[in-house]
Ligand binder design. Sequence first.
Ligand code: SAH
Length: 511
Amino acid sequence: MASKSKKTNGRVYLVGAGPGEPGLMTLRGRDLIAQADCLVYDALVAPAMLAWTKPDCEKIYVGKRAGNHALPQEEMNALLADCAGKYTCTVRLKGGDPYVFGRGGEEAEYLHAAGIPFEVVPGITSAIAGPAYAGIPVTHRSCCSQFTVFTGHEGAGKQPCALDIKGIAAAQGTKVMLMGMSRLRATMEALMAAGQAGEVPAAAVQWAATGRQKKVIATVASLADAAEAAGVGAPAVVVIGEVVNLAEKLDWRARLPLAGRRIVVTRTREQAGELSAALSALGADVMELPTIRIADPTDRRDFAEAVVDSPHYDWLIFSSPNGVQRFFRAFFAVYEDIRELGGARIAAVGPATAAELKKYGLMVDVMPQKAVAEELVAEFDRKADDFGGVANVTMLWVHSEQGRDVIYKELMKRQAIVDECIAYNTVPETEDPTGAGARLAQEGADVITFTSSSTVRNFMALNIPLPKDCRIASIGPVTTATLREFGLAPHVEAREYTIPGLVQAVQSLFA
Ligand code: SAH
């Protein structure tokens, strides 16, 4: 039981995460995740949502994984009470809707009894979204005017059977079953024995609204065999009814260009979002396996001093979007006004870095179309007449601890006075809260994407063998060169060295 003696202002939010696709979460739910001091989540929650949390949010996984059982409900309740004692905002994130077979009701009752304030944020249930993502509307004017949702968990073969099999068999309209895969055959047989027509169309949709979505279409009588043959198992939504006849015609999802392709994203968890979202939107099954993390530079004092001195330079040169973010986070810790930066000219290594600068209202004076150091130097040469060259000009070069020193050396050669501002350190990511590493090793992938040399180096350091037939996509020539150092040849390299360029390159593999 929760100890009532602990005085707390903590609130618990029971939030529905939707069926899988992160875009199907409510705005309210997303805001709460961003505010949460503690996030308690289970297996059917999209990993991408974990990246919406604050950096210091405590994340607690309570689902089943690889042989571990889910937390028993009493322990779950006690955990929520404990979190409410420690944190102002605890988000209990549940797949689909928290009150549709999610035990949300039990948790709410418990919180109420313990005197812990709570709120509920409904989510899109898989009972409706699952069929929709497989081309099946749960109702349709021409064939049904009601639908029934039931759990297969309490169904046939379980003693005592809590399901009203007769009532479900006799019901009109569409029938949707959740948690029914382990007893699928017995439940279908029991329904037929109770009068359900065996020839009515039926479908099972596994991992609906995620990249791993798989469906099988059959009839009530043949669904168990068909699902077995197609390898469709839990978690799946089963739909019974005439609406299933629309599944082929309305399957918009299967027609997406990357449908059925599993693609690995190795960027940092914070930065994976843009690439993952673009690939998911094209139908891909995206697996985020962050190999690196952006950390403070080893010499934080040096960095701070360089930022304090930054208004005294003629030029500021930024080598990456991370550098821009880290630089300005430190800048605004010291200065209040962007005008303190003075009138320095600005150079960016490529379009993504320039886009990051634009967020601060800063335009760039020099930027190559191709985001590599050599091109930036060449661009300085091409534009030299515009600003009188770089000789005797002071420059602050903002970059990472790992980068190459091409910019430094080449600009020094041209008599510029270049100081370094090391804004961050790229370190190996050691956490894998979604089990992506194990999944990659077990299930393989169609493509693995590399967005920088450090993603390559740190992926190799993880020692996960590259799956058979897995193709490699590289964001540009520098990353490609690093791949070659490890004896790997990319199957495709982005023509424009940006995330959209990389997405295009991946798509071209399957054109
Ligand atoms: N509260 C959830 C349901 C929890 S019970 C909701 O509203 O969706 C868990 C069951 O939901 C699974 O056994 C499966 O039947 C179904 N389910 C949840 N997410 C699913 C998904 N992405 N694809 C298919 N079925 C899903």
